[in-house]
Design a protein around this ligand. Structure first.
Ligand SMILES: NC(=O)CC[C@H](N)C(=O)O
Length: 521
């Protein structure tokens, strides 16, 4: 089935449908990772966005049960050059196309994703629509897109509605961990602690049960196997799209839709803009000088996470870090703005016990759990619209050690009087170099953000910059000058991406250890 990607500028790319048919609108962003597409698809930070993968072959190891970062595919749309028809991996359960179709997510393949990426780099992030309805007027669709205001309440859509607990992860050889006798085994299982009303305000929430009642709760998988379809046999390696031509260069036919070359709005769409016309060699024309992004780190990171999934290189919790010498695990309350599973896993593997709460939970309720520390998660959208979360974080500052990642970093900065702004096209990939200004050490980091902290806004705040991106000098980390609060813009938990920065979870543990020591004396 043919499909088109229409941009708000009026530019149109033709390709083949991938996944579900239909139409989806969103912000088109690009990710430079060579692997990690499943983690990207299921990362709630991508809610509302259509992700274009710059790497030309996507889907070659299929979709498995272990790499999900949340309970569903979160992207609005998915854009690839070539979708692997015969994926192969021992953990694979289905192919990319099947996973997208089952989730009702619209994708497109067969367009020149590197050229699309160059367009986004020039124009900045663009609104776009993927549609399999080529009978409509695509220029009209482009104009409707231009006038469209994307939804703002993305955090409310992806944050947990239930409070739940996660135990520390134990090495496979050791006895399974239990949460207060609940029998929760190691791995991504939870004790559901209480149900909330599901509305966005904290007021309607019933008083939640505390640690004493955790043992009575049942356990459920945090992320049930995605797209489970009893009775549907998966035949890895068999194309699910018989008859779809995979010849290079068949994409990009003009004129299938309602006059794509005719503009009624001068300046927006004048000439036929059809990308990916075949050349004599059958290769699509790529602008000269375009760099193929390096993504080796990403594939190494993905391999590490797969290894840990298989249980063969899972790190044991370090009793020196995950718990104080008395052995009680550090208890962290996680404010969930759209958390990625690997962040939870990274903290569990440090030996922390986690209580994950909805983003709208009040400071009072968070403190009632008597945590050792508070974690501020990643999440989708513009940090400035998460006003309730910012106000709560402001109240929590100084009460407990706080660590924030990505959206959590932006919210912490806003709570303390700093400012954020939208980047031209964001950082999304697994090879972003970041310098820790305190140690001068450089790590290669995994990133996924479209907004950033304005360094010049920090002068009047108690925050200082601790990390910078060496590509564009943007702020990548801050800390409070006096209080035990710090945050980073990048993703130290990897998955996908390098795990160079896992040490930051140790820093969080050190701050919680110091607080315990102060309170004991
Ligand atoms: N990964 C994230 O937490 C992203 C944060 C924020 N939504 C941004 O795009 O900048």
């Amino acid at each position: 089935m043919r499909a088109a990607l229409v941009l708000e500028t009026g530019q149109i790319f033709f390709g083949e449908a991938l996944g579900s048919s239909g139409e989806a609108w969103g912000e088109v962003v690009f990710n430079t990772g060579m692997t990690g597409y499943q983690e990207i698809l299921t990362d709630p930070s991508y809610a509302g966005q259509m992700v274009c993968m710059t790497y030309p072959l996507v889907g070659n190891y299929g979709i498995n049960a272990g790499d999900n970062q949340s309970e569903k595919i979160q992207v609005q749309g998915f854009i690839v050059k070539e979708a692997a028809l015969n994926p192969s991996h021992w953990q694979m359960e289905k192919n990319l196309s099947r996973a997208l179709a089952q989730a009702g997510v619209v994708g497109i393949k067969g367009l020149d994703t590197r050229f699309l990426t160059r367009l986004i780099r020039e124009h900045g992030t663009l609104k776009g629509a993927i549609s399999t309805d080529l009978a409509q007027s695509l220029p009209v669709l482009a104009r409707r897109l231009k006038a469209w205001e994307p939804p703002q309440d993305l955090v409310a859509q992806v944050s947990t509605q239930k409070i739940f607990s996660l135990p520390p992860l134990v090495p496979p050889s050791a006895p399974a961990a239990t949460v207060e006798g609940s029998g929760v085994s190691s791995g991504l299982t939870v004790a559901v602690e209480s149900e909330t009303s599901g509305d966005s305000g904290a007021s309607g929430r019933s008083t939640v049960s505390r640690e004493s009642t955790v043992s009575e709760e049942s356990t459920v998988s945090v992320w049930p196997r995605l797209f489970e379809e009893p009775g549907v046999s998966e035949e890895p390696g068999v194309s699910e799209e018989p008859g779809v031509s995979e010849e290079p260069g068949v994409f990009g036919e003009p004129g299938v839709s309602g006059e794509p070359g005719v503009s009624e709005e001068p300046g927006v769409y004048r000439e036929p803009k059809v990308f990916g016309e075949p050349t004599a060699s059958g290769e699509s024309a790529l602008p000269q000088g375009s760099k193929v992004p390096s993504g080796l780190e990403s594939s190494l990171g993905a391999m590490a996470s797969l290894g840990s999934e298989a249980g063969d290189d899972r790190k044991a919790p370090d009793p020196e870090l995950g718990a104080d010498p008395g052995g009680e695990p550090f208890h962290v309350v996680v404010m969930d703005f759209g958390i990625k599973g690997n962040i939870l896993r990274a903290m569990q593997e440090k030996g922390f016990r986690l209580t994950v709460v909805p983003y709208s939970t009040s400071a009072e309720e968070i403190l009632s759990f008597a945590p050792d520390g508070i974690f501020l998660s990643n999440g989708p959208g513009d940090p400035k619209v998460v006003t309730q979360g910012i106000a709560t974080i402001r109240q929590l500052c100084g009460q407990r050690p706080i660590f924030g990642i990505c959206l959590g970093h932006q919210l912490l900065t806003l709570a303390l009087g700093g400012d954020t702004y939208k980047l031209k096209f964001g950082h999304r990939g697994g090879n972003q170099p970041v310098q820790d200004l305190l140690s001068e050490k450089v790590t290669i980091t995994s990133q996924n953000h479209g907004y950033a902290v304005a360094g010049e806004s920090l002068g009047s705040t108690p925050l200082q910059v601790t990390h910078r991106n060496l590509n564009d000098q943007t702020v990548e980390g801050v800390r409070h000058r006096e209080l035990p609060l710090f945050s980073v813009q990048f993703h130290p938990e990897a998955g996908p991406g390098p795990s160079d920065s896992l040490y930051l979870f140790d820093k969080f543990a050190e701050l919680m250890q110091q607080r315990r020591a102060q309170h004991a004396s």
